[in-house]
Design a protein around this ligand. Structure first.
Ligand code: FE
Ligand code: CA
Length: 513
């Protein structure tokens, strides 16, 4: 009787265990199977997820893989040279999962780096680094982490990712828009980026089914700057709209596609997101739905609440876009997080076991006046919290008196920093991180920014360059560093620190340095 291992090997149409040694030594793969790199994420105090996807031919259907389960082995080392193996094992790369592998490594020591790698068919992956979390009760004096997202492949190179790879960080929060689903965004209505020339071209058409999404991820992950950041940092991944479709929420497509039809695209997009992110099996979509919101507690210093502001949201009011307030903006039944997630978040905020609480999420919470051309009425971003007054006010009222909340946001493709108010009392600080590439090179200030700054006194900082944030958190102070690229259209772009913004503990306020 054959073992499961032998069945898998036999069904591969690759040399079986009985094949001559010379054949086996040639390996199973025509080409390197780890072409999409490796990464780690969703750490715990005793482990983390390590990820890879077998794709010897990444631009081909199924990454060039046979439609069979394939065993992949892995090990995790306490030293950089794999002399002290701390954990090892075997996982199966299933064709149903695009031959991705998500290993939940356990039994490691808290708050330290490890190194990991994968093996398959006689080939070895590159080496990655991953960090465990401190123990939940640990007295933590400092923590440094990164914030990044919005990576339109067509708009720019991922030079900022290569820079992010070199940062010394406990983790990186990715706020989504890992991929962009359109054939090409340039020239399409609703695109908020600048009409810069294409730097690179998407392969394929608008993404609709799982094969389309897998090929788009494969194109993005073939970028070595992105691979370097993925392999050298430990990620908390979330999704925003472009992992499925621009400005989708809940059951609703951006356009008039019926919900029961749109559900098929959403299921494909979310499965592909799961397949390519270093997240736990608990996030694997169940027939198209996933519960991706979750928390991570860094000692007694910081609780990160990673939110999903897409899956459970009610449809954008007033037909979406940037427009004046309509009556539906005040709808009492409107939801951003949905009832279950909101209840979960409010319970987390009520806990007293962390010095700081962070809401790590996708769309802007500040209700900015977006007028730049002398429009007569206040203009809102209807795809942000500003267009959902009831849930927004409910949350801001909850934050009142906590005086330890920082909100981290993506989506806007610009850096913003400002204060969040419950009526006229400041209750939290929001940092909106720019994009890695979306929107192209940018500049210090976009035309019209003077009007945005003048109309929004809660706003302390605005910038329109590409890059990412790093956050330095101590018991008394939260410092956010705005890291920006001089350009992303050509190789060799350089990174600099544009500003450091400081929030004192106990007093929702901002100073710009
Ligand atoms: Fe984006
Ligand atoms: Ca977005």
């Amino acid at each position: 009787m054959l073992s499961r291992r032998q069945i898998i090997a036999a069904s591969l149409a690759v040399p079986t265990l009985a094949a001559p040694a010379i054949v086996r030594a040639q390996g199973w793969f025509r080409a390197y199977p780890f072409s999409l790199g490796i990464t780690s994420g969703d750490p715990s105090p005793d482990g983390f997820v390590i990820w890879t996807r077998l794709a010897p031919d990444p631009a081909e259907a199924h990454g060039g893989m046979p439609m069979s389960p394939v065993p992949v082995t892995w090990d995790v080392s306490a030293d950089t040279d794999f002399k002290t193996i701390a954990a090892k094992g075997e996982a199966i790369a299933w064709p149903e999962m695009g031959h991705s592998v998500h290993v939940e490594v356990k039994g490691l020591q808290a708050d330290r780096p490890y190194w990991y790698r994968f093996f398959c068919g006689g080939r070895k992956s590159i080496r990655g680094r991953a960090r465990t979390m401190p123990l939940p009760g640990a007295a933590l004096q400092s923590l440094r982490f990164g914030v990044a997202g919005c990576m339109n492949y067509e708009d720019g190179l991922y030079t900022a990712m290569a820079a992010l790879a070199r940062e010394d960080l406990s983790f990186v929060f990715h706020y989504g828009d890992f991929i962009y689903e359109a054939e090409s965004w340039h020239g399409q209505p609703g695109y908020s980026g600048l009409p810069a020339p294409k730097v690179r071209r998407h392969a394929g058409q608008n993404l609709t089914d799982i094969a389309d999404f897998r090929l788009r991820y494969a194109q993005y992950l073939s970028d070595y700057d992105l691979q370097s950041a993925r392999s050298w940092q430990t990620w908390f991944s979330t999704f925003d709209d472009h992992e499925v479709q621009n400005n989708w929420v809940g059951e609703f497509a951006q356009d008039a596609t019926p919900s029961e039809i749109f559900a098929l695209r959403r299921a494909a997009g979310l499965q592909a997101w799961y397949e390519h992110m270093p997240v736990r099996a608990a996030l694997r979509p169940n027939f198209g739905r996933t519960q991706a919101y979750r928390a991570a507690r860094y000692g007694d210093l910081l609780t990160m609440n990673f939110l999903d502001t897409r899956s459970f949201r009610s449809d954008q009011p007033c037909n979406d876009g940037f427009a004046p307030r309509c009556v539906d903006v005040g709808a009492a039944q409107a939801q951003v997080m949905g009832a279950a997630q909101e209840k979960w978040l409010f319970a987390n905020l009520a806990r007293k076991d962390s010095r700081w609480s962070c809401l790590a999420q996708q769309v802007m919470m500040m209700a900015l006046d977006r007028r730049t051309r002398g429009e007569p009425e206040k203009i809102l971003n209807l795809d942000s919290w500003a267009a959902y007054e009831a849930p927004r006010e409910r949350l801001l009222a909850r934050l009142r008196g906590l005086n330890n909340v920082v909100v981290l946001t993506g989506d806007e493709h610009q850096n913003f920093a400002g204060l969040l108010y419950d009526r006229d009392v400041p209750v939290a600080v929001e940092f909106v991180s720019t994009s890695i590439s979306s929107g192209g090179n940018g500049q210090d200030l976009r035309p019209g920014s003077d009007k945005i700054l003048a109309a929004n006194p809660q706003l302390a900082f605005l910038n329109d360059q590409r890059g990412y944030l790093t956050c330095d958190v101590t018991p008394d102070e939260w410092r956010t560093n705005i890291m920006v690229m001089d350009q992303v259209a050509q190789p060799g772009g350089t990174l600099s620190k544009r500003a450091t913004l400081t929030v004192p503990h106990g007093n929702p306020s901002l100073s710009v340095g």
